[in-house]
Design a protein. Structure first.
Length: 214
């Protein structure tokens, strides 16, 4: 069985077990982008608290967060942890969107994928996983998001090894699956579910794993 067929089989097994995930939780593209920054090194519950603070303050907009004192922004997103660092990263991101696109996210995501990706990766504090999460989940663009769960699952099933780079692992998916944002969205979410509940870093639940025979 070739790599493409194996990946399709993996997707079907995961989808059959977990069902559709309907990611990313966020009401607007901006909320998704903010969440992608805030979720670094914390859990989603904490991110939700931080986003709720921004909403309650009437500050979940590009202009409002840029006009706000950075210390005030940091205080609002305090529940997400590393709040001073994340406040700076958010402001860096939003400053780029304002400078390059007049604050218009449709303009950012309406340009060619490679160009949008370069602009996001050019923002201090925005790495490949965060940038690609924004492109896929906020922009609806066809790029596969790779994370630690992806490395672990594919390595344990001999499709990759954990010494591979982010981009090398990403290529396994993008070269062997059709360029379909909906598929990439669902596949990544399902891999996260598998990693969280079965393919754990220590004490994996291999006997109960829905893809144990994959």
């Amino acid at each position: 069985m070739n790599t493409g067929d194996r990946l399709q089989q993996l997707f079907k097994l995961l989808h059959g077990h977990f069902g559709p995930q309907n990611w990313w939780p966020g009401e607007t593209p901006l909320e998704v982008m903010v969440g992608a920054v805030l979720t670094q090194n914390t859990n989603w519950t904490n991110v939700e608290k931080a986003i709720a603070n921004l909403k309650q303050a009437g500050s979940l907009s590009v202009r409002a967060m840029l006009d706000m004192d950075q210390a005030r922004l940091a205080e609002l997103i305090r529940p997400s942890g590393y709040y001073n660092i994340k406040a700076a990263r958010l402001r860096n991101l939003l400053a780029m969107v304002q400078a390059e696109h007049g604050g218009d996210l449709d303009s950012l995501f309406g340009q060619p994928l490679d160009r949008a990706r370069r602009q996001l990766l050019g923002v201090k504090g925005i790495g490949p996983e965060t940038a690609d999460s924004m492109l896929l989940y906020a922009g609806g663009l066809p790029i596969f998001v790779v994370d630690a769960y992806t490395f672990r699952i594919l390595a344990r099933h001999d499709l990759a090894d954990e010494s591979m780079s982010y981009f090398e692992l990403q290529e396994i998916f993008m070269e062997n699956l059709s360029a379909d944002a909906g598929l990439y969205n669902e596949f990544h979410a399902l891999l996260v579910m598998l990693g969280k509940h079965y393919c754990k870093k220590s004490k994996p639940l291999c006997e109960k794993c829905p893809v144990r025979d994959w």
